[in-house]
Design a protein around this ligand. Structure first.
Ligand code: HEC
Ligand code: HEC
Length: 173
């Protein structure tokens, strides 16, 4: 009888130890910053900062799709190994190269002509002129802008069109 009790006690101690160890495993390294993710290694950034965070890059890219009314594949090539995916580092599309110039242009305009007069609280991210200001949901803004004068020619005469007439008069002068 006594040995049976001893064995039981030993087993329950072992059981307790296993439980204690497995519970503590959940708590060995307390995660101080839940949102922390290792910084991705960007492969082919030529104009954006090399240390840009994933969140910031994602937001920028989503912003471009909204501003131009396109999807990611408007600027990014399909992957050569898996064509159902995009290869974001590939420079095969001219649209990506044009976009690099547009990013630089918008940065320059902000840096030279806005920052001195409208400083942003975050000096490195002065953001006054953005893609959407010109593009307004279209990849080729000059195409619809060149149609703008047509809007005045086709106004509805029953509408209050004093403003349109005023502008037509001004254009004739
Ligand atoms: C208007 C064009 C355009 C659109 C649309 C666009 N991108 Fe980009 N993307 C770029 C350019 C330009 C770069 C390179 C920037 C540089 O050289 O610094 C880039 C770079 C990237 C990179 C970094 C690749 C690397 O490691 O070098 C990722 C990831 C990326 N884009 C994801 C996306 C996703 C996801 C979308 C859709 C939500 C998207 N892009 C839509 C133009 C675009
Ligand atoms: C100052 C106005 C302006 C701003 C700001 C601007 N763009 Fe553009 N963008 C244009 C015009 C105009 C064209 C069309 C040029 C043409 O086709 O003759 C164009 C063309 C493009 C094209 C090529 C489209 C095609 O398929 O032909 C891409 C890509 C592009 N812009 C991306 C961007 C991105 C990304 C930004 C923001 C970083 C941006 N643009 C900011 C005016 C602007």
């Amino acid at each position: 009888m006594k040995t049976k009790k001893k064995i039981l006690t030993i087993f329950s101690i072992i059981g307790f130890l296993i439980l204690a160890v497995s519970l503590s495993a959940f708590n060995v390294t307390p995660n101080l910053d839940e949102g922390y993710m290792p910084q991705p290694k960007w492969k082919n950034l030529k104009v954006l900062p090399q240390d840009i965070t994933k969140d910031s890059l994602d937001n920028l890219m989503k912003g471009y799709t909204v501003a131009l009314g396109v999807k990611c594949n408007y600027c990014h090539m399909p992957s050569k190994t898996d064509p159902t995916k995009l290869d974001f580092a590939d420079d095969g599309k001219i649209e990506k190269e044009i976009a690099r110039g547009m990013i630089t242009m918008a940065d320059d305009i902000n840096e030279k002509y806005f920052k001195p007069y409208f400083p942003d609280p975050k000096p490195d991210q002065v953001y006054v002129v953005a893609c959407i200001m010109c593009h307004r949901g279209a990849p080729n803004p000059e195409k619809y802008l060149s149609q703008m004068h047509m809007a005045y020619k086709t106004y509805n005469p029953d509408r209050d069109n004093r403003k349109e007439k005023e502008m037509e008069e001004r254009q004739k002068q």
